[in-house]
Design a protein around this ligand. Structure first.
Ligand code: MV4
Length: 456
C-alpha cells in the first residue's frame, strides 16, 4: 500500500478521498488555492500545500504546481478525484514520468476514451451495443447526408472531443443537415480546438443508465450494477439512484456483461463507468466511458456494500480485487440528491456566499458527503456542488419517504440551494412511479419554479 497520497482536488470529493486514505492507514497531502486555506480538505489532511490563486486554471488545474507539491511532500501517488485533472491524459503521463502513481487508468486509456468516436469504435469491436451511425469521423456534409439517409432521421451530430453533452446537435430533417453540420463543426472547433464530428441515429426519450466497473491490475474485472441518472438539467445530473426502477436482474446482467467486455478490451484498470442510453423498448447503447470516480458513486456503495474509493486506491497499489462478481447483488435502494449553491427559481444561477446556519440530517440510512460547515463561505470560483445527500432503505418507496424526511431536516441558511427543488421533484407522480427519461426536468421545471420558495 502507498504510504502517502496527494489529493489533487477540493470540496466534498477531496474530503471523501482523505477519509478513505485514513481508513487504509495512508497519510494524506491536500493541495489548496488561497481561497481554500480554511477549507475542510485543507484542515483534515495530514499536510497541505498552497498551489496558487483561487482560479481553477491557476491552482487545481496547475499540473506543475501539483506535481511539485507531491515531490516536496514525498507522496507516492496522486488521486485526482473528479473534474479538474481527473481525465487529463497529459497529467497522468506527467505523474508516471515523475514516479508518481496516478490513481486511475493509464494515460493511453484516458486518451482513447476521451476521443468519443475512437471510444465508440473500440466498444463496437468488443461487441458492446452502439447506436447505428458513422464508423468514426464524418469529414464532409455529403458524407453525413449519405449516412443520415441510411440510418434515417432524426440524427445527432457529436463532437469527437466533446462529451457530457457539449458540442451536440440534433437534426430532424434532411434540409437542416448542411447548416447543422457547419454550425456543429464551428462550435467543436471553438469549444475543443477540434472540429471533428461523428453522426448517429438520435434515440428519442432515452434514459441515462450507467454501469460501475472495478478492474484490477491483474486483469480481473467486475461490475457493480447500474445507476439511474436520467434526472438531469443541461447535462448536469441532479438526482441519481441505484438500482434503476426499470432495470431488472436480466437486463442488469446483460448491461453489466457488456460493460465488463468493453473495459476488458481496453485493458482497463481502476474504477470506471460505462454510460448507456436505454431506449423505451429496452435496448441499450454505449454512449461514453468515464475513467474517473464519479460524483454519484455513493449510491452504488450503499446498495453493493463496497467502498469504491478504497477499492480504487487498493487497485492502484497493485492489490488484487478481493470481491467476486457472484457476490455482487444490489441490496435495497439508494438515492442521491446533489445540493448545489444555486437558485432554482432563477435558472439555477450560481449562488455563492456565506453559510450563516447549518444543520445536517442524520439518522438511519442517511449519509451526507460534504465539506461545508457553519460560517463557511462558498467561493464563486468552482463548481456549485456543496453537499450530496444520500439515503438508503429496503426499497424505493421507503427511500423516497426517507429522502423527504432528510430534506426536511436539512437546514442551510445564508445561500440559495437546490434543496427546495429536490423536495418538489421527489414528490411528483412521475418520480414516485419511476416513470421519467432525460427530458423529465425540462417538463417539470416551469411548474417547479412557481411552486418552490427559496429563502436565504
Ligand atoms: C444521445 C442522445 C440520443 N441519441 N445520442 C448527452 C450527453 C452525451 N454523453 C450524449 N448525450 C446524448 N446522446 C443519441 N444517439 C441523447 C443524449 C442526451 C442525454 C443523454 C444522457 C442524459 C441526458 C441527455 C440529455 C439530452 C441528450
Amino acid at each position: 500500500m502507498f504510504s502517502k497520497i496527494l489529493i489533487a482536488n477540493r470540496g466534498e470529493i477531496a474530503l471523501r478521498i482523505i477519509r478513505a486514505c485514513k481508513e487504509l492507514g495512508v497519510r494524506t497531502v491536500a493541495v489548496y488555492s488561497t481561497t481554500d486555506a480554511t477549507a475542510a480538505h485543507t484542515i483534515f489532511a495530514d499536510e497541505s500545500v498552497c498551489i496558487g490563486p483561487p482560479e481553477g486554471s491557476k491552482s487545481y488545474l496547475n499540473k506543475v504546481q501539483i506535481i511539485s507539491a507531491a515531490e516536496i511532500t514525498g507522496a507516492d501517488a496522486i488521486h485526482p478525484g473528479y473534474g479538474f485533472l481527473a481525465e487529463n491524459a497529459e497529467f497522468a503521463e506527467m505523474c508516471a514520468s515523475c514516479g508518481l502513481k496516478f490513481i486511475g487508468p493509464s494515460a493511453e486509456v484516458i486518451r482513447k476514451m476521451g476521443d468519443k468516436a475512437e471510444a465508440k469504435k473500440t466498444m463496437q469491436a468488443a461487441k458492446v451495443p452502439v447506436v447505428p451511425g458513422s464508423e468514426g469521423v464524418v469529414k464532409t456534409e455529403e458524407e453525413a447526408l449519405e449516412i443520415a439517409r441510411q440510418i434515417k432521421f432524426p440524427v445527432i451530430l457529436k463532437a469527437v472531443a466533446g462529451g457530457g453533452g457539449k458540442g451536440m446537435r440534433i437534426v430532424r430533417e434532411e434540409q437542416a443537415l448542411a447548416n447543422s453540420f457547419m454550425m456543429a463543426r464551428a462550435e467543436a472547433e471553438a469549444g475543443f480546438g477540434n472540429p471533428d464530428l461523428y453522426i448517429e441515429k438520435y434515440i428519442e426519450n432515452p434514459r441515462h443508465i450507467e454501469i460501475q466497473v472495478l478492474a484490477d491490475s491483474q486483469g480481473k474485472i467486475i461490475h457493480l450494477g447500474e445507476r439511474e441518472c436520467s434526472i438531469q438539467r443541461r447535462h448536469q445530473k441532479l438526482i441519481e439512484e441505484a438500482p434503476s426502477p426499470v432495470v431488472d436482474r436480466k437486463l442488469r446482467q446483460k448491461m453489466g456483461a457488456a460493460a465488463v467486455r468493453g473495459a476488458k478490451s481496453v485493458g482497463y484498470e481502476s474504477a470506471g463507468t460505462i454510460e448507456f442510453l436505454l431506449d423505451p423498448e429496452g435496448n441499450f447503447y454505449f454512449m461514453e466511458m468515464n475513467t474517473r470516480i464519479q460524483v454519484e458513486h455513493p449510491v452504488t456503495e450503499m446498495v453493493y456494500g463496497v467502498d469504491l474509493v478504497k477499492e480504487q486506491i487498493r487497485i492502484a497499489a497493485g492489490e488484487p480485487l478481493r470481491i467476486q462478481q457472484k457476490e455482487m447483488f444490489p441490496r435495497g435502494h439508494s438515492i442521491e440528491c446533489r445540493i448545489n449553491a444555486e437558485d432554482p427559481t432563477n435558472n439555477f444561477m450560481p449562488a455563492p456566499g456565506e453559510i450563516t446556519s447549518i444543520y445536517l440530517p442524520g439518522g438511519p440510512g442517511v449519509r451526507v458527503d460534504t465539506h461545508i460547515y457553519n460560517s463557511y463561505r462558498v467561493p464563486p470560483f468552482y463548481d456549485s456542488l456543496i453537499a450530496k445527500l444520500i439515503v438508503s432503505a429496503r426499497n424505493r418507496v421507503d427511500a423516497i419517504r426517507r429522502l423527504n424526511r432528510a430534506l426536511d431536516e436539512f437546514v442551510l441558511e445564508g445561500i440559495k440551494t437546490t434543496i427546495p427543488f429536490h423536495k418538489f421533484v421527489i414528490n411528483t407522480p412521475e418520480f414516485i412511479k419511476g416513470e421519467f427519461d432525460t427530458h423529465f426536468l425540462e417538463k417539470v421545471y416551469d411548474k417547479a419554479k412557481n411552486e418552490i420558495s427559496v429563502e436565504t
